[in-house]
Design a protein around this ligand. Structure first.
Ligand code: CA
Length: 364
C-alpha cells in the first residue's frame, strides 16, 4: 500500500512538473522599451557602453525587458532625447545630463561641473552623500527618473592650435566645450560652443572653431582631432569624471514591478563600472600612440591658468546658486561632499599614486 501510494504521488508530481515545463502557469508579458541616446552608433565607450547596457537588460530579464536601441538621429536628434522620454514617447534615454542645463542648471551636477568630482568621489556623493535623492527631486520635476550608467573618468583639457601659457591666451578663442565648463571659458573671454560629437571634427578642420575638448585619448584619437590641433592639454577642469545617465519616464518607472526596477538598477550599476574600467584600460595606450605616431604635444595647464579657471568657476557657481532654491541645495550638497571626500583623497589616492609613479618612473 505504502509503495503504491508513493508511486502514485511521485507520478502525479512528475506530471505536474512536466506540465509546468511544457506550458508555464504564469506567462509574464514582455515589456517593450524604446531607448534613445545622444551617441553615434558604435561610438567607443559612450555608444558601445549604452548598447551593452541595453543588451544586459534584455539578458538579465531573459528577454522580458525588450530594449530597442536608437543611436543619435535614428529616432530623434541627440539633444531631443530628453523631451522624447519626458513626454513618454520613449521609455529611456542614455545621455550626459549636463546637456539639459538650459532647462535647469542643476542638471550639470549630475554629469560633471568645473572643479567637481573624480569617479570615486561622484559615486560617493550619489550613493552616500544625498546625491541620488537630489537627482530624484530635480528629475522628478521634469517627469524623469535617472540612474548612473557609465563614466568617462577625468577628461583631457582639450585640443589647441597654440600653447596656453596664461589665461590671456584663452581670450577670443572659439572652443567647443559644453556644460558649466563652457561658462567658465566665457568668463575668461573665450567663446564656448556646444556641438554634438558628430559635428566637432568638421568645425575644427574648417577653422569654424579654434579649439575643442571631447573626452580623453581613447575617444579623441578616434575623432582624429590631431589633424587640426597639436597641443593636447591636461587635466580638464571642466569634466573631472563625466557620469552618464539612464533617464526614464517617471510614470513608466513607477509602474514597474520591484523586480524590474531592481533589474534596471543592477544593469545600470554594472555598466557604470564597466565603462569606467574600459576608459582606464584604453586611455594609456591611446595616449602613447598619439604622441609617438601623430606627434601630439602633451602640455599641462600651469598654476596661473588653473587659478584663473578657479576664480571664474566660483563666479559661475554663484549664478547657479541664485537660479533657484533647488539649484542652491544641489550646490551646497555637492560642495560639502567635495570638501570631505577631497580631504580624504589628499592623503589616499593622490599621494599614493604620486609616490608609486615616482618610484617606478612612470611618466607622462
Ligand atoms: Ca567632454
Amino acid at each position: 500500500m505504502e509503495r503504491r501510494d508513493f508511486l502514485k504521488k511521485a507520478g502525479a508530481g512528475t506530471a505536474v512538473a512536466a506540465g509546468t515545463l511544457a506550458a508555464p502557469a504564469i506567462v509574464k508579458a514582455r515589456t517593450e522599451i524604446a531607448m534613445v541616446t545622444t551617441w553615434p552608433r558604435d561610438f567607443p565607450g559612450l555608444g558601445t557602453g549604452a548598447q551593452r547596457f541595453a543588451k544586459s537588460l534584455s539578458e538579465l530579464s531573459d528577454g522580458r525587458l525588450n530594449v530597442t536601441y536608437y543611436a543619435s538621429g535614428e529616432r530623434v536628434k541627440p539633444f531631443d532625447s530628453f523631451d522624447e522620454v519626458a513626454s513618454g514617447n520613449a521609455q529611456m534615454y542614455h545621455a550626459a545630463d549636463y546637456y539639459w542645463k538650459g532647462k535647469h542648471p542643476g542638471w550639470a551636477y549630475f554629469t560633471a561641473v568645473p572643479f567637481g568630482f573624480v569617479y570615486s568621489e561622484i559615486n560617493a556623493w550619489i550613493n552616500w552623500g544625498g546625491g541620488q535623492e537630489l537627482w530624484d527631486e530635480l528629475s522628478g520635476e521634469f517627469g524623469l527618473k535617472c540612474l548612473t550608467c557609465g563614466n568617462t573618468g577625468v577628461q583631457m583639457g582639450g585640443w589647441f592650435r597654440k600653447e596656453i601659457n596664461s589665461a590671456d591666451d584663452l581670450k577670443g578663442l572659439k572652443m567647443r566645450i559644453p556644460g558649466l565648463g563652457g561658462d567658465v571659458m566665457a568668463k575668461l573671454g573665450a567663446s564656448p560652443v556646444s556641438l554634438p560629437g558628430s559635428q566637432i571634427y568638421e568645425n575644427l578642420m574648417s577653422g569654424a572653431i579654434d579649439a575643442t575638448e571631447w573626452v580623453g585619448p581613447w575617444n579623441d584619437s578616434y575623432m582624429k582631432f590631431y589633424e587640426a590641433a597639436k597641443y593636447y592639454y591636461f587635466p580638464g577642469m571642466h569634466e573631472p569624471a563625466s557620469m552618464l545617465a539612464v533617464g526614464m519616464n517617471k510614470s513608466w518607472w513607477d509602474g514597474l514591478s520591484k523586480t524590474d526596477q531592481a533589474l534596471i538598477k543592477a544593469a545600470a550599476a554594472q555598466e557604470d563600472s564597466r565603462m569606467m574600467s574600459e576608459y582606464n584600460a584604453k586611455n594609456g595606450a591611446a595616449l602613447d600612440k598619439l604622441i609617438t605616431e601623430q606627434g601630439v604635444q602633451v602640455r599641462e595647464f600651469n598654476d596661473d591658468v588653473y587659478d584663473a579657471f578657479g576664480e571664474a568657476a566660483e563666479e559661475v557657481f554663484e549664478e547657479v546658486r541664485a537660479h533657484s532654491e533647488l539649484a542652491n541645495r544641489i550646490h551646497e550638497s555637492f560642495a560639502a561632499t567635495r570638501r570631505d571626500v577631497g580631504r580624504w583623497m589628499n592623503l589616499s589616492d593622490q599621494p599614493y599614486l604620486r609616490q608609486r609613479n615616482r618610484v617606478l618612473g612612470v611618466g607622462v
